[in-house]
Write a protein that binds this ligand. Structure first.
Ligand code: NAD
Length: 498
């Protein structure tokens, strides 16, 4: 057993609320740690240290701020194995997959090393006689991030890297399910040269989130998690005068055209549907083969692949996927599968009875494949967030396109085809934020930006890329005139640059 507190003013501190949550080993079902759940007083301690440190950090020249990230990237690489195990131990995913989690965050840290260039401003010389105009981007002050359990490395770094590089102090409220990595990241940031108080980690649940949303000194909030909470955080943050970007759930479709390379498409579906036990917001959970023949061939090919998935604890180096995160998640996924059967979908591969010898109390769910799913079914409408793939058969391209277009969510989507015209038409017409053409999980790289449409995202600026620099700074525009001589008389009509 170990205890996880908070990270405030450059060091780990215990919680003061007396409230804790259990942190489980998803492979065994054992409680392996407790995590402190912050009170308002814990949050206030983090805000106080952020307020004290932020002005000096903002005044530190951007090259020096960038150097902290150079060193941090070096430390992440040096400690990669340790960091990945920290994730796997509490999340349950394989160690290789956890490395991907850390690396995707590391790439955002690499991106913000360019902050001297990224944060440069605009200048107009001679906007009028003797007048210069310039717009500068200044940090907000204190930003906060509220993150989900499924990427405890990548998503905190999506947020704190640009926020801190821009000169803000940052308070991270990670998921209470796997809180160890965020604390370790904060320690490494200090080792990399970040002043104490610029990155604080406050663990907690709804209480900590509500305290963040109500706090007058927190100017911006970034949230990633499920759609109902994203909507709530967005509304509360806006009502309290904060800027917010809130990212929610997903139901990502992959269209398989009759001309697609079916081996490639099936391999892609296996990784995108079952990797990380389907607990990714960019997982593919709906396959849409076009035409009966494509559908029959697809299901025939996929079935043995799903049946032979290797499922195990993170200590099994050969495992394709691990357990799901909690007992509640397992129960919810299993009941949704039951619901799909009740609704009349054809459960071609049934993973409900999966048991692993020696890990009988682990939260495992075997890979499942549903065929003949229709849009009115619960398993189609709901984000299952488990290793369950639904096949919805479409007669033609237009019918296939219509499915993700009409779905509530709009995070990611993919098309598999050899036809450039179909791919181009698809990318242009689809109302979804991230599109893959023969790429199953089109997560944009750090220098582009990440974000969905419709109920997958609230707010207008995405994660990372140049959007993140805009989100974590605000514009100040200065109009200055240095008169060349004495001017007399007042000007009463609005000045224009005629
Ligand atoms: P979640 O919504 O349960 O939790 C996210 C965060 O909100 C956590 O920090 C949690 O402590 C907090 N929270 C939970 N309930 C709350 C409440 N009632 N009030 C205030 N705060 C609350 O999500 P999760 O289960 O950790 O993560 C899975 C979800 O996240 C999935 O829906 C997945 O699609 C989504 N997700 C989205 C993206 C994206 O970029 N769009 C990325 C990753 C995950």
């Amino acid at each position: 057993m170990y205890e996880i507190g908070h990270f405030i003013n450059g060091k780990q501190v215990p919680g003061t609320s007396g409230r804790t949550a259990n942190v489980y080993n998803p492979a065994t079902g054992e409680v392996q740690a407790t995590v402190a759940l912050a009170s308002e007083a814990d949050l206030q301690a983090a805000v106080d240290s952020a307020l004290a440190a932020q002005p000096k950090w903002a005044a530190t020249n951007p090259q020096r701020r960038a150097r902290v990230f150079m060193k941090f990237v070096e430390l992440l690489n040096k400690h990669m194995d340790e960091l990945a195990v920290l994730v796997s131990r509490e999340h349950g995913k394989t160690v290789e997959d956890s490395k991907g989690d850390v690396i995707r965050g590391l790439e955002v840290c690499e991106f913000v090393i360019g902050i001297p260039h990224l944060a440069k401003s605009e200048f107009t010389e001679g906007a009028g006689p003797g007048i210069d105009m310039y717009s500068i981007r200044q940090p907000l002050g204190i930003g906060a991030g509220i993150t989900p359990f499924n990427f405890p490395g990548m998503i905190p770094m999506w947020m704190f890297a640009p926020a801190i590089a821009c000169g803000n102090a940052f308070i991270l409220k990670p998921s209470e399910r796997d809180p160890s990595l965020p604390i370790r990241l904060a320690e490494l940031m200090i080792e990399a040269g970040l002043p104490a108080g610029i990155l604080n980690v406050v663990n907690g649940d709804k209480g900590a989130v509500d305290a963040i949303l109500a706090h007058p000194d927190i100017a911006g909030v970034s949230f990633v998690g499920s759609t109902p909470i994203a909507r709530y955080v967005y509304g509360e943050a806006a009502a309290n005068g904060k800027r917010a970007q809130c990212f929610g759930g997903a139901k990502n479709h992959m269209i398989i055209m009759p001309d697609a390379d079916l081996d490639q498409a099936c391999n892609a579906l296996m990784g995108a549907g079952y990797g990380s036990a389907g607990e990714r917001c960019m997982a593919i959970s709906v396959a849409v083969p076009v035409g009966e023949e494509t559908a029959n061939r697809l299901v025939e090919k996929l079935t043995p692949m799903i049946e032979s998935l290797r499922i195990g604890p993170y200590t099994d180096e050969k495992a394709d996927m691990g357990p799901v995160v909690t007992k509640e998640a397992q129960t919810r996924i299993l009941s949704l599968i039951d619901k799909g059967v009740e609704e009349g979908a054809n459960l071609v591969v049934d993973g409900r009875g999966f048991k692993l010898q020696g890990y009988e109390d682990g939260y495992f769910v075997g890979g499942c494949l549903f065929d003949n799913v229709t849009p009115d079914m619960e398993i189609y409408k709901t984000e299952i967030f488990g290793p369950v793939l639904s096949v919805v058969r479409a007669k033609n391209y237009e019918e296939a396109l219509d499915l993700p277009m009409k779905h509530e969510y709009g995070n990611g989507v993919a098309i598999y085809t050899r036809d450039g015209d179909a791919a181009r038409d698809f990318a242009s017409r689809i109302n979804i934020g991230m599109v893959g053409v023969n790429v199953p999980i089109p997560v944009p790289l750090a220098y582009h930006s990440f974000g969905g449409w419709k109920s997958s995202s609230f707010g207008d600026l995405n994660q990372h890329g140049t959007d993140s620099i805009k989100f974590w700074t605000r514009t100040k525009t200065v109009t200055s005139r240095w008169p060349s001589g004495i001017k007399d008389g007042a000007e009463f009509s609005i000045p224009t640059m005629k």
